[in-house]
Ligand binder design. Sequence first.
Ligand SMILES: NC(=O)c1ccc[n+]([C@@H]2O[C@H](COP(=O)([O-])OP(=O)(O)OC[C@H]3O[C@@H](n4cnc5c(N)ncnc54)[C@H](O)[C@@H]3O)[C@@H](O)[C@H]2O)c1
Length: 257
Amino acid sequence: MDLGLEGKVALVTGAGRGIGLAVARELGREGCRVAALDLSRGALGELVGSWSYGELLPLAADVADSSQVEGAVGNVLDRWSRVDILVNNAGIYLVKPLSEMREEEWDRVVAVNLKGVFNCCRSVLPAMKKARWGRIINASSFAAKIPALGACAYAASKAGVLAFSRVLAGEVGPYNITVNCYIPGTIATEMTAGARAEWGDSLLGTLALRRWGEPEDVARAVLFLASEAAGYITGASLEISGGKLVVQNPWAAYEDL
Ligand SMILES: NC(=O)c1ccc[n+]([C@@H]2O[C@H](COP(=O)([O-])OP(=O)(O)OC[C@H]3O[C@@H](n4cnc5c(N)ncnc54)[C@H](O)[C@@H]3O)[C@@H](O)[C@H]2O)c1
């Protein structure tokens, strides 16, 4: 299937590793010009060092800081005069009971995961509206639906992303801009390394497909949401979780194998 992504300009946040790195590469492979944003140039070293596609623009910025985001989006517009696709992927995870959580910790999780999405959307929308075409694709999380203990700030921020995205989908629909979310389950990245090490088999037992997801599993779903083929999908969320808790006891199906 031709995804119609050739020549499009895509901005991917949190592109230095994990899911964002895979998304940036898949978009590059499809012929996009890719602006890859992460906290520092150093964080983008692996992506820059291994890039073998078309044009790449590495950007250092903190998505929680609106002036840094404005500056980064300004660089993209100076270079290519447009932003067609925005993938709000940057995120941080924190596991801590509410009784131990400091105010600054709560604020930081919400600032990166939720306000970061607001900052990036607000900065790219004038260009997308002018072009009368756009794809905004936001990282939510399985935790927004069924959170893990200790993830109150994280789960709240990711549930906020779902609600934010639906509102924005309604607001920008008249400009032919779609807004959707992807909902990863347990994908094998640095973010989940601790949980996978600690919970291992008991986590795997919650998955119908009983394997850890790879960043590319998510990236291919994001590619679809970015494509011309997904032009009638907006305000939706796509779960990429290996069938996590699709039934209450997915492990039982493996007992007879
Ligand atoms: N891995 C999973 O199973 C999983 C599950 C649910 C949701 N998610 C979400 O998917 C997204 C990517 O997850 P991942 O597993 O690849 O995470 P990761 O921790 O491996 O990578 C996150 C990237 O975001 C960057 N980043 C963090 N804060 C930033 C900021 N303030 N500004 C700019 N960049 C920043 C990091 O430097 C890093 O490169 C996140 O939003 C995460 O919450 C992941």
